[in-house]
Design a protein around this ligand. Structure first.
Ligand code: F6R
Length: 242
């Protein structure tokens, strides 16, 4: 794993944005794997600013998001579909039909998982996957114990993940209990992976990532088996790694 140390959240975001922009310029029809949460917000801000100032175009870019809550309408303000629209898609020139997010309201969740797997395959796979990391080492919504063989699947969310995400909801009770997520095997199929980590709350997880062996008990450790992963982390997230 290649590690890039950033001074701050802002620097982490700029470095990540440069990687995404370079790929999009090199391959205008690139397939970007995207994440939600607090970590990539600065990255999206940088990309929007670059789009406005330098005209980097997303007209032919395709995106696939990692995950979506089960039970929320795409229009619900807490859905990841809304998050992506508000934070990124509505500010760039991407075509809506080129942006893909699992449908958490699908009649059959099982069929939706299969559809999403096939969709990613049909796009030719993900060129660059952006990831954040959970405090328990989750990537996507793959909680500790998830098989490294997993493809797109439905997960029961850990209480700790629901608590961490409750900041976006009225109360913990309104945080969905299930989500659809790309599995670990789906993530590892990406040609390149950018793992972003910012803040002291991620320091323990980053320490574990560096020090612990590869184990399904710590999902992010699967990234150590991939040949093209870059961790971009700020000082606070790296504070326990020396
Ligand atoms: C989001 C996702 C999650 C987050 C992780 C970190 O699509 O799949 O794995 O990346 O929970 O979240 P933040 O960035 O809010 O700390």
């Amino acid at each position: 794993m290649h590690v890039i140390k950033a001074e701050s959240f802002e620097e982490m975001s700029r470095i990540a944005a440069n990687k995404v922009m370079n790929l999009v310029k090199e391959k205008p029809s690139a397939v970007l794997g995207l994440a939600t949460g607090s970590t990539p917000v600065g990255l999206y801000r940088e990309l929007i600013q670059d789009h406005r100032q330098n005209g980097t175009s997303y007209q032919d870019v395709r995106t696939v998001n990692l995950d979506e809550y089960v039970g929320l309408e795409p229009s619900s303000h807490n859905s990841y579909a809304s998050f992506m629209r508000d934070m990124f898609f509505s500010h760039i020139d991407i075509a809506e039909q080129n942006t893909h997010i699992p449908n958490g309201k699908a009649g059959s969740l099982e069929e939706e998982c299969q559809r999403y797997d096939k969709l990613i395959e049909g796009l030719g796979g993900v060129d660059l996957q952006v990831l954040g990391i959970g405090r328990n080492g989750h990537i996507g919504f793959n909680e500790p114990g998830t098989s490294f063989e997993s493809t797109v699947h439905v997960v029961q969310l850990d209480q700790s993940t629901r608590e961490a995400n409750s900041r976006f909801f009225d109360s913990i009770d309104s945080v969905p209990r299930e989500a659809i997520t790309m599995g670990i095997a789906s993530i590892l199929k990406s040609k390149e992976i950018l793992l972003l980590a910012s803040g002291a709350s991620k320091a323990e997880a980053i320490k574990q990532l560096f020090e612990d062996s590869v184990s399904e008990q710590f999902p992010a450790s699967a990234l150590k088996t991939h040949h093209n992963v870059t961790l971009i982390a700020d000082q606070d997230a790296l504070q326990l790694t020396g």
